[in-house]
Design a protein around this ligand. Structure first.
Ligand code: ADP
Length: 191
């Protein structure tokens, strides 16, 4: 199995690039943001629990997210590889993911990190708010909160995998196709 983490701050283009990567490589896409939004749309208990955290730009508690990912991995055991998008977002989630994958006889193969300056992230999120319909995109204070949560809690995930030499950082500025090609080059060199 080739298991990839697409890593980067909110607004760095993970969702856009993930879609292109899954259609090229056939990864099973596992976006915790998408899974949580679908729980909210279906008004499940989990969705009701998650919504207020998300609307405030905070992380949903680790136990909730890890349980959801565990179920998604178990439901897709035949996949040739997973693309994790927006997960792990804390060191505890990274350790839990490593354990889950190990219990399935596999591991994270590569972490591709998109590097985008903070000013550009805010511009992109403001633009995304016009079309996404996401309640957590509407407010600039929430966007800033998401970026500070990223710095304070999520950057530790890159450090965790850097210790295993699994992280490649790429420039996330420029044309979507150019960024996609640089991601593909790194995958092709290892897959
Ligand atoms: P973005 O890339 O803009 O941050 P996501 O769709 O990945 O958007 O996430 C939206 C929100 O969902 C996050 O701000 C957070 O509240 C919640 N969320 C998504 N993934 C996780 C996760 N792995 N752990 C905790 N909360 C999460």
């Amino acid at each position: 199995m080739f298991n990839l983490i697409l890593f980067g701050p909110p607004g760095s283009g993970k969702g856009t690039q993930s879609e292109m990567l899954i259609s090229k490589y056939g990864f099973k896409h596992l976006s915790t943001g998408d899974l949580l939004r679908s729980e909210i749309a279906n008004k499940t208990d989990l969705g009701l629990k998650a919504k207020s955290f998300m609307d405030n730009g905070q992380l949903v508690p680790d136990a909730v997210v890890i349980g959801m990912v565990d179920a998604a991995i178990n439901a897709n055991k035949q996949a040739s590889g997973f693309l994790f998008d927006g997960f792990p977002r804390t060191k505890a989630q990274a350790i839990a993911l490593d354990e889950l994958l190990e219990s399935h006889g596999t591991a994270i193969s590569l972490v591709l990190a998109l590097d985008v300056p903070e000013e550009e992230l805010i511009v992109r999120m403001i633009n995304r708010a016009k079309t996404s319909g996401r309640s957590d995109d509407a407010d600039e204070a929430v966007q800033k909160k998401r970026i500070s949560v990223y710095k304070n809690e999520t950057l530790a995930v890159a450090e965790h995998y850097a210790a295993f030499d699994k992280v490649i950082t790429l420039n996330g500025l420029g044309q979507i196709d150019g960024i996609f090609s640089s991601l593909c080059k790194e995958i092709d060199a290892r897959a």
